[in-house]
Design a binder for this molecule. Structure first.
Ligand code: NAP
Length: 329
């Protein structure tokens, strides 16, 4: 059986050389109450932060030799657990390996039948993050002018729709034309390119009275442009700063950050693991919206199993993905 490990710690851009596939003995049904076969594994930007030598203390660091892990939809192959039967779908944060023995703790049931892919996106960690940042912390109102960067990605696409459902005016950005076309297809009429050198000028043009809410996913120059565009009394939800994660100094703030203080803009950083007690409330709120199709979601499914995970993850930092990237095993 194969599993995916971190071969060495990256200093700078992640390459496939930083990963290794190991051959180990397969677990058997006798090893634990459940034998699981991972079928779909989510790849996410935070995985790069787990490889940093320091910082990002909200999640356990990966060391060279660590088996990687991720949010996974797994099939139950065999069960001696009263709550689980062979053929069930289990959702959990699981090691990246072809087969695994598990005691059932921390696993969530997903409905039987279709692969439970919604549980890896709008009803999973990325949907939860969007809901926390936008609905719980950002609390958009009809009078708001909201910017969501990286809005053709997993968190951004859901966050932008939640702001629009709340009645706010929503400006979205994405770094590639097909992504911007997809966002226009979802009905967003102000779609910018946060990678363009003149992003700041475009922002000022489409929001001359300023932004009242920035849902920040990108960081760096794009964040600096959003800061310049903030209206007094607004709020910045710091969801993520992906443009910084490959940098040897990944926590650098834009040089104009202090302006937010002068303008009385609230800066609200958050990490989803701090809000675990809100997950059930999130599911109650989000499930009907997803079931009715009111929230659109798109997967970026990569085939190829464990071997495909390194390049699928690296691609997130190159903007390869449109929608939520998941690897099929
Ligand atoms: N606070 C939390 O608990 C939490 C939880 C989950 C995710 N997050 C954060 O949310 C953000 C989005 O995550 P996601 O999972 O939804 O990923 P995603 O948006 O599906 O994929 C990442 C996207 O980021 C953009 N990007 C990557 N590198 C960039 C760079 N150097 N400059 C500008 N844009 C870049 C690309 O979009 P373009 O092609 O459009 O540029 C890329 O497609 C990330 O910052 C992530 O860390 C935070």
């Amino acid at each position: 059986m194969q599993r995916l490990t971190l071969a060495s710690r990256p200093h700078g851009s992640l390459t496939t050389e930083h990963f290794a596939i190991e051959e180990v003995a397969s677990p058997t049904a006798a090893d634990a109450a459940l034998l699981l076969r991972p079928r779909f594994i989510s790849v996410d930007p935070y995985m790069r932060t787990r490889m940093q030598a320091q910082g990002y203390g909200y999640i356990r660091r990966w060391e060279p030799g660590s088996v990687l892990s991720g949010y996974t939809a797994a099939e139950v192959v065999a069960s001696r657990h009263p709550d689980w039967a062979a053929g069930d779908w289990a959702i959990g944060h699981l090691p990246m390996q072809e087969l695994l023995a598990h005691d059932g703790n921390g696993l969530r049931h997903a409905p039987s039948g279709e692969p439970p892919l919604a549980w890896l996106h709008p009803l999973g960690m990325t949907g939860f993050t969007a809901w926390l940042g936008m609905s719980l912390l950002g609390q958009p109102r009809p009078q708001d002018c909201v910017l969501v960067s990286a809005a053709a990605g997993a968190v951004g696409s859901i966050a932008a729709q939640l702001a629009r459902e709340a009645g706010a005016r929503v400006i979205v950005s994405a770094g590639r034309e097909d992504k911007r076309a997809w966002l226009r297809g979802l009905g967003f009429d102000t779609v910018l390119d946060h990678r363009a050198p003149d992003f700041g000028e475009h922002l000022q043009r489409v929001a001359p009275e300023g932004l009242t809410l920035d849902f920040e996913n990108v960081g760096g120059r794009a964040f600096a442009a959003a800061i310049d565009a903030m209206r007094s009394g607004g709020r910045v939800i710091v969801c993520g700063l992906i443009s910084q994660y490959q940098s040897p100094r990944p926590r650098q703030a834009p040089a104009n950050l202090a302006w937010l203080g002068e303008r009385g803009v609230a800066v609200i950083p958050f990490v989803a693991p701090d809000y675990g007690d809100r997950f059930e409330a999130f599911l109650r709120d989000m499930s009907p919206r997803v079931a009715s199709g009111r929230i659109h979601w798109r997967l970026d499914m990569v085939q190829g199993g464990l071997e495909a995970i390194p390049s699928a993850l690296i691609g997130l930092f190159e903007g390869d993905n449109l929608g939520k990237r998941v690897v099929a095993l």
